[in-house]
Design a protein around this ligand. Structure first.
Ligand code: MG
Length: 288
C-alpha cells in the first residue's frame, strides 16, 4: 500500500477570508485532501455547497472534515477563549448548536462524513456539575443530529487534558463522537505533553492536525507560540511514529495559522509537506 493512500497529505482551508490555506497554494503544491473551515451558518446553502463541490472536483481534492466556527468567538488569549469559544458559553449555546447542525447538513451535501469543532473550555465536572451536564447534553444532541447523515463529530483537542477529554467522551455516550488530535494545541494551551496525550486518547483519533508550537513560560495562563512544522516542541518524527503505532490511517492535515499571503504560504506549507513526506517514507520504509 502506498504512503499516499495510508496517510494522504492535507491542509486546513477556509471559504471565507481568514487563516486558511489559499486555493492556488493547494493546487500548486498538489495537496490531495483538505479540511474546511465552514462558512458562517447563513452562508451554508445548497448553492455554496454545489459550487464548492465543483471546485474541489476540478482540483481533484477530497474533503475530509468540515469544521464549524462562529463569528463572535475570539482566540485573543486563553481567558477569552474560555469566555467565547464553542458550545460552552451559555448565552450563545442554543444558537450555536443550531448553527452546528446547519454546518453538518452543509457537510452532508458535500458528502463529507466528519464534522469538527472546538467545544470550548468545558468546566470541570466536580466544580460545576450542572454546566458540565448541559454541555454533555448539547453534544449528545449534536451527535444524534449528525448520525442521521451517517456522520461523526470530531472534537478538536487542546482546551482540556487527555484525561478530561476521555471523561467527557465517556459521559456523552455516543458511538459517533471522536477526536481531531492537534498536538500543538496541547502545547499552546499548556494542557499536556502531546505524545503522552495522543497515546491516551489514540483509540478515538479519526483525524489529525500537523501543527507545531513552543511552550509558554506560564503554561495554561498564557499562549505558547505557533511555529512552522518541525521547529517546535511536538517532535514530528515521534508524533508520526506514535500515530503509526496506534494504527492511525487517514489524512495528515497541515494547519498553519498564518495570513493568507500566497508566497509565505507556498514557502511554509511547501516545507511542511516535504517534511511529512520524508518522515512518512522513512517510517513506512518506502522511497519518498
Ligand atoms: Mg487544530
Amino acid at each position: 500500500m502506498s504512503i499516499e493512500s495510508v496517510w494522504p497529505l492535507g491542509v486546513f482551508a477556509s471559504l471565507d477570508a481568514g487563516l486558511g490555506v489559499r486555493w492556488e497554494v493547494i493546487e500548486q503544491l498538489h495537496v490531495p485532501t483538505i479540511q474546511l473551515h465552514a462558512p458562517s451558518p447563513p452562508r451554508c446553502t445548497r448553492q455554496t455547497a454545489a459550487e464548492l463541490q465543483a471546485q474541489l472536483s476540478r482540483m481533484n481534492v477530497t474533503l475530509t472534515c468540515v469544521f464549524g466556527g462562529f463569528h463572535d468567538e475570539s482566540y485573543a488569549d486563553i481567558p477569552t477563549v474560555a469566555r467565547t469559544v464553542g458550545l460552552v458559553p451559555r448565552a450563545t449555546r442554543a444558537e450555536r448548536v443550531a448553527g452546528m447542525k446547519v454546518i453538518a447538513d452543509f457537510a452532508a451535501w458535500l458528502a463529507c462524513d466528519a464534522v469538527g469543532l472546538h467545544l470550548g473550555v468545558v468546566p470541570h465536572r466536580k466544580s460545576d456539575e450542572c454546566e458540565y451536564d448541559a454541555v454533555v447534553s448539547v453534544t449528545r444532541e449534536l451527535c444524534d443530529h449528525v448520525a442521521e447523515h451517517g456522520q461523526r463529530i470530531h472534537l478538536e483537542t487542546g482546551q482540556e487534558t487527555a484525561d478530561e477529554l476521555l471523561e467527557f467522551i465517556g459521559a456523552v455516550e455516543r458511538d459517533n463522537l471522536f477526536i481531531n488530535f492537534d498536538p500543538a494545541n496541547m502545547i499552546l494551551y499548556g494542557t499536556g505533553e502531546p505524545i503522552e496525550a495522543l497515546e491516551k486518547v489514540g483509540r478515538f483519533v479519526r483525524s489529525v492536525h500537523c501543527k507545531d508550537a513552543t511552550w509558554s513560560d506560564q503554561p495554561t495562563k498564557t499562549w505558547g507560540r505557533e511555529v512552522p512544522l518541525g521547529e517546535g516542541a511536538v517532535g514530528m518524527r515521534r508524533y508520526l511514529q506514535t500515530l503509526k503505532d496506534l494504527g492511525y490511517r487517514g489524512p495528515l492535515t497541515i494547519e498553519r495559522e498564518i495570513p493568507e499571503q500566497a508566497d509565505r504560504q507556498l514557502r511554509e506549507i511547501g516545507q511542511a509537506t516535504r517534511l511529512l513526506t520524508d518522515l512518512s517514507a522513512e517510517l513506512w520504509g518506502q522511497a519518498g
